[in-house]
Design a protein around this ligand. Sequence first.
Ligand SMILES: Nc1ncnc2c1ncn2[C@@H]1O[C@H](COP(=O)(O)OP(=O)(O)OP(=O)(O)O)[C@@H](O)[C@H]1O
Length: 262
Amino acid sequence: MDKSIIVENVSKKYKLYSKSSDRIKDIIFPKEYGEDFYALRNVSFAAEKGDVVGFIGINGSGKSTLSNIIAGIVPETTGSVTLNGEAALIAVSAGLKGDLTGRQNIELKCLMLGLNKKEIAELEPKIIEFAELEKFIDQPVKNYSSGMKSRLGFSISVNIDPDILIIDEALSVGDKAFAEKSLAKMHEFKDRGKTMIFVSHSLGQMKQFCDKILWLEFGQVREYGSIDEVIPRYDQFLNEYKKMSKEEKEAYRERAIAGTSN
Ligand SMILES: Nc1ncnc2c1ncn2[C@@H]1O[C@H](COP(=O)(O)OP(=O)(O)OP(=O)(O)O)[C@@H](O)[C@H]1O
């Protein structure tokens, strides 16, 4: 089968500074300031064309960082990502410019994807209609509610018809009716054999939708496999993890990072 996404040994390092002056010193002086923090460590996985892969893991495990790297929004520190096609990310805060109107945001995004004027003119009404923003489309996006922003972001991303669609917690805001309409659109994408990545804390949505699950833990791959294999083990882990004290959680984190937790 055709590979659609190949992620090889991807790591993402952030520098954490306790004082803002350290950030400047780190740039100016040869001595290193700040502390290295790995949001992702040696992450590898591959998705076939048509796979729907869910990313799961407790808060801070690296799901959004990995989605953003695959979408090309954030650069990896080391490793490589190979995509077979164009990717679009739908996330609550993805890429809308607050000073521009909804319409200008649509046009900007389409231009960035290389669409010409005629193609944009055809697509624009469809995007506005799906987002249900007819009355507000010429208002600056900074005046939109979070639900309106997410409707606009969702509508742009699905209507530009990408080969790879990455959906990061986008169904968690907005009303139920829009979430259902969005889910229907995502099923349509799935039926058309598009590759999708789906990030959600709702295991119910994952079960409805995904074929495979990538379980991230403290920036590392804990498991990658079919939904039937991984979800029950994750469920069991969550039950045990929730019962741990703060100290036990910290000890667990240290063992996991050292690779000795299993
Ligand atoms: N720009 C940044 N600078 C420093 N640390 C960051 C930055 N972005 C993310 N991180 C850290 O990287 C880790 C992974 O974050 P990420 O948002 O990818 O996790 P997540 O699994 O999506 O979490 P959640 O489920 O809470 O959304 C976190 O510890 C986070 O604090």
